[in-house]
Unconditional design. Sequence first.
Length: 277
Amino acid sequence: MNSGMKLLVAYDGSGYADVALTDLQRAGLPSQAEVIVLSVVERATPLDSLFTLEEEAAGLSKQAAEKLRQAFPTWKVSTESATGSPAWAIVNRADAWAPDLIVVGSRGRSLLERVFFGSVSQQIVSWSKFPVRVGRASRREAAAPPRILLCLDGSSYADAALNALGKRDWPAGTEICLLTAVHSLPEIALSELKVDQARAETFHEKATQALMKTGIHITSTIKEGDPKQVILDQADAWQADCLFLGSRGLNTFHRFWLGSVSTSVVARARCSVEIVH
């Protein structure tokens, strides 16, 4: 159980950003947290007044902070605002403050609207040294306990995702599905594939033992195929609320994940995604 966290919440006033705020209620976050809401407004043309943009950014951060205070009244929430490149501003602020989690929407307002543009979440995931949660709306009833898909490949990055998930304060009824995709390349013999599957079973058992103390219902599945597609298909079929996965994975020599899996999943998933470093 986590006694407190530091969250850096990026907010641009878009519907996607509001969804990311609502999604935090399904993220297993503790009752005590220190939160900075950061709104960054980008200058669209040289004619834009910096003073006006700064006022706009400050207003947006205050708007988000009030929503968080209503949803999480025991959190300590402060606001900050800036002008410039949203992705760089968020990553730089994270580097200075070292949050436990960065929260962003899956998309943002266009450059013409002077705030976020669609690739900001992807840039933050790629550049950040800290865990990032890209929030999306759940397709299930709001009162339903969370369903978490934990993607494992035996790497230290996957272990970090497991540890992060295990420290959260999940409500009763939460379900976790452990998933590993074994990449069945043409040059891999059946005997080697069986060895990979046996290895996957081993670290699934280890993860199950680590999570049992939480009292969460745990299931396990190992599937053959391209990891990116296997993860997305399983998330859709199981109606996962969030995917947890490491920022990197094992290389093709180890035949589990490829390094680009995390960024691909962030872009294409229809549920929230947490990328853990």
